[in-house]
Design a protein around this ligand. Sequence first.
Ligand code: F6R
Length: 261
Amino acid sequence: MEVIIKSDKAEASKLGAKIIARLIRENAKAVLGLATGSTPLPLYRELVRMHREEGLSFKDITTFNLDEYVGLDPANPCSFYSEMHKNLFCHLDLAKGASHLPDGMAKDIPTSCAAYEAAIKAAGGVDLQLLGIGHDGHLAFNEPGSSLASRTRLKTLSQKTIKANSRFFGSEAKVPRHVMTMGLGTIMEAKQCVLLAFGKDKAEAVRDMVEGPVSASCPGSVLQFHEQAIILLDHEAAGKLTRKQYYLDVYASKPAWQLWE
Ligand code: F6R
């Protein structure tokens, strides 16, 4: 794991966008794995700015989102489909049909999940997977207890996640109980993972992910086994890391060729 602690959320998000932009400039046909929630929004705004002002083109890029609520029509403003279109897709030059999300309205969920896995494989696999982390350590919607080898499937949200996501729906009662999510095994097959976490309410989950034992009790900890996982934090989210100073020292003394910026 490469833990990078930036001065604030804006700086960390800009660095995340630079890592993605570098990949796109090296491989115009890259496959991006994308996340929803509040955390990636500043990074998405930066990608949109790069597209508008620096000519960063997404015309041959393919995207796969991590997850979607079951039973929410894509037109529902709370669906991840709507979120992604509003916050990112409609501002870029992505080709029609290049962006994929699990189909939360599928009649046959297991078949639809298997088709999603097959589509990722057919696209050549995910080159870079963007991630956030839940307060309970979830990655995508792999709640604590999820198999570290899991694949795209139906999951039931934990009470903690329902509470956290009720801010988008107006009440806990309106949050769907079920989701379709890439599994931890699916995520681990991405060639590179970039996880963002900001704010002190994420500090415990970040500590368990980075420094805790690898365990299904903290699904994010599976990234300790990933060969290329970058964890981008602000100081608050890094606040409970026992090796915080070491991560800062490592980044400050990196040779220029190793830096992402
Ligand atoms: C969203 C996702 C979730 C979020 C996590 C954090 O696609 O996969 O794991 O990354 O719930 O959400 P925020 O960023 O809203 O704190």
